[in-house]
Design a protein around this ligand. Structure first.
Ligand code: ADP
Ligand code: MG
Length: 618
């Protein structure tokens, strides 16, 4: 190995360091964590603290702690740390040096050269200050690399055909969106927009205020006034926020947070993801305005974007990926860890400069979506031939190991049983997917319809899937483990495997467990008379967000019809040679529409829209 050139993401909130080994970029851990908080402080006895320890003392001792120094890079200012003045470069150098030392220790050799990333909007002074910080830390900065460029490199987008990539980066305190053009190894930033005062920290603050408001209402005490309480709560709400990215509920819990009349008071507040996403919606909307501005500046329209890449820890909030998909008609890439992707890309750039062979970043992802069958009232109203729909819980291309849960609701009053029927596949019509297992949860509380059932899927690197279902109100739970949930099947094999499984199921459990009429009959006695129930009476649960799926379907349908009309009108302008192709594209859209295959429809519509676009261009 030549002398290594490391890649460093020097972030406002967090920093990371990586290097390419055997063609693969890897991130170095610091105290077991791949992420080093970009916080510097002095301990009560005057010792320098960098990273988590400094972050922990921030709220308690702000006078001895510095965070977000990146915001000051390039300015002619100083900051005070324990009575001494430092330039921003010096503080950044302390972070860089911590990273460098860790890498040197892990590699068991000195580390002298680095690629350091900066936001695309950084001006010369800010870039120069970053270089100086590197030099102060004993590093030769072989290149200052734009963060979105690093992210595009990590996805190996630079080496394929000409592509427009939108990089959406939402960190702790800043938001950036860049449009980059990748072509044969060259990555060019066409436009960049952002908001330097918007990020995950704002979301923590919203949750903190919600907790404190509720507490004040109940006990008449404002916890924000107490530094220690505030510090504890901030940590707790951030953890809850992270949990909400993968699970439908999270609880903020802190014991003995205050005292009243000699009695200790505790905080226990539960938030749902829906609640949280509603809270942050105005902030997300602001990012979407920036996305629009960046597109305008790059002089392109949304449908010309070939790839969308998510960067920054805060993009783990599912709503963000969903909104971008809706706006741009492309699923957003999140296969590479959004916290580490910039450092990984910087390491790749370093290796390329060092003349090493590099490969694409390898990630372990699930090649198929895993989810459950739900009874869907909408499709029944629409007279579809199946009342069942497939709802993914772990989406395709999610990095492993993955743990996700979603909440589903019972659909009849006093429903005693739910069936959890787990499938693998991408089709909304559950019958076209592959069943991997099922079980029943029996003995639910006799409550009205709408009883929340949390279904959790845990998938490990070996493809072992654990499925659990829990009645939220009572904690009643049942689970199964499925080996080899990711085994892939050829089409014919799939059919055979499905039948084998069905046979096995029938022979093991008898008819009682087969879903359909037999179960419905078993249910009858416990339920109100049929006419009082929805026609959907049965075992399946319906998802709370089920409506949004229909919403997507409805929207895409309208768009597709409009597109077809436009294509029809344009048909005469299509050159004779291209006509067959053009008609084939239109047919694909029509078929996807008829089959209600939203993913296929979206791809087919994009293809047709592109063709139309070029036609108009002529
Ligand atoms: P920066 O690039 O600005 O240094 P990062 O990309 O490291 O910042 O993002 C940090 C932010 O991401 C923090 O606000 C953190 O709470 C948030 N974050 C990290 N993980 C998650 C998660 N799983 N869900 C939601 N937010 C997260
Ligand atoms: Mg960042």
């Amino acid at each position: 190995m030549n002398e290594p050139i490391v890649g460093i993401d020097l972030g406002t909130t967090n920093s990371e360091i990586a290097v390419v080994r055997d063609g693969q970029p890897q991130v170095f851990s610091i105290n077991g964590e791949p992420i080093l908080p970009s916080v510097v402080g002095l301990s009560p006895d005057g010792k320098l603290l960098v990273g988590q320890a400094a972050r922990n003392q921030y709220v308690l001792a702000p006078e001895r702690t510095i965070k977000s120094i990146k915001r000051k890079m390039g300015q002619d200012v100083t900051v005070d740390l324990g009575g001494r003045e430092y330039r921003p470069q010096e503080i950044s150098a302390m972070i860089l040096r911590t990273l460098r030392d860790r890498a040197a220790q892990a590699l068991a050799r000195p580390v002298r050269k680095a690629v350091i990333t900066v936001p695309a909007y950084f001006n010369d002074a800010q870039r120069q200050a970053t270089r100086e910080a590197g030099e102060l830390a004993g590093l030769e900065v072989v290149r200052i690399l734009n963060e979105p460029t690093a992210a595009a490199l990590a996805y190996d987008l630079g080496r394929s055909k000409r592509r427009h990539v939108l990089v959406y980066d939402l960190g702790g305190g800043t938001f950036d969106v860049s449009i980059v053009l990748c072509e044969r190894g060259v990555v060019e930033v066409l436009a960049s927009h952002g908001d330097t005062r918007l990020g995950g920290d704002d979301f923590d603050e919203l949750l903190l205020n919600a907790v404190c408001d509720r507490f004040a209402e109940r006990h008449g005490i404002d916890l924000r006034a107490d530094r220690v309480a505030r510090a504890r709560l901030l940590r707790s709400v951030e953890a809850a926020k992270r949990r909400l990215s993968d699970h439908p509920f999270a609880t903020v819990e802190e014991e003995f947070i205050a005292e009243k009349n000699g009695q200790p008071l505790h905080v226990t507040e539960e938030f749902s993801r829906d609640e949280f996403e509603a809270m942050i919606q105005p902030w997300i909307d602001r990012t979407m305005v920036c996305v629009q501005k960046a597109l305008v500046d790059a002089e392109i329209v949304g449908r010309m974007i070939d790839e969308v890449v998510l960067v920054g820890g805060a993009t783990r909030t599912p709503r963000i990926g969903q909104l971008l998909t809706e706006r741009l008609g492309r699923p957003a890439h999140r296969e590479i860890n959004p916290d580490l992707i910039v450092a990984l890309g910087a390491a790749l750039q370093g290796a390329i400069i060092a003349g090493e062979e590099v490969g694409a970043v390898l990630v372990d992802v699930t090649p198929h979506s895993l989810g459950v069958k739900v009874r869907d009232q909408m499709s029944m109203l629409e007279g579809l031939d199946t009342p069942f729909r497939f709802v993914p819980i772990i989406e395709r291309n999610t990095p492993l190991p993955a743990s996700r849960s979603e909440v589903f609701l019972t659909i009849v009053d006093r429903q005693k049983v739910v069936e959890v029927d787990v499938y693998q596949g991408e089709d909304e019509d559950v019958r076209r997917n592959h069943r991997v297992g099922r079980f029943l949860v029996e003995g639910l509380a006799p409550v009205p319809a709408g009883n929340p059932i949390v279904v959790q899927l845990d998938l490990n690197l070996d493809g072992m899937l654990r499925v659990s279902a829990r009645e939220k109100a009572t904690g009643l739970q049942k689970q199964i483990t499925i080996q080899n949930a990711l085994a892939t099947f050829e089409n014919t094999e799939l059919e055979a495997a499905r039948e084998r499984l069905d046979d096995l199921w029938e022979s093991s459990f008898g008819d009682g467990y087969a879903f359909d009429e037999s179960n419905e009959a078993a249910e009858q006695e416990a339920l109100p008379p049929a006419h009082e129930r929805s026609t959907a009476a049965g075992l399946a649960a319906t998802i709370s967000g089920g409506g949004s799926d229909d919403h997507i379907g409805a929207r895409e349908t309208v768009q597709a019809h409009a597109l077809l009309e436009k294509a029809e009108r344009a048909l005469e302008r299509v050159l004779a040679d291209d006509r067959a192709d053009f008609e084939r594209m239109m047919a694909r859209v029509r078929t996807a529409l008829a089959d209600r295959q939203w993913t296929v429809l979206s791809a087919a519509s994009n293809e047709l829209a592109d063709a139309l676009f070029y036609l108009e261009d002529r």
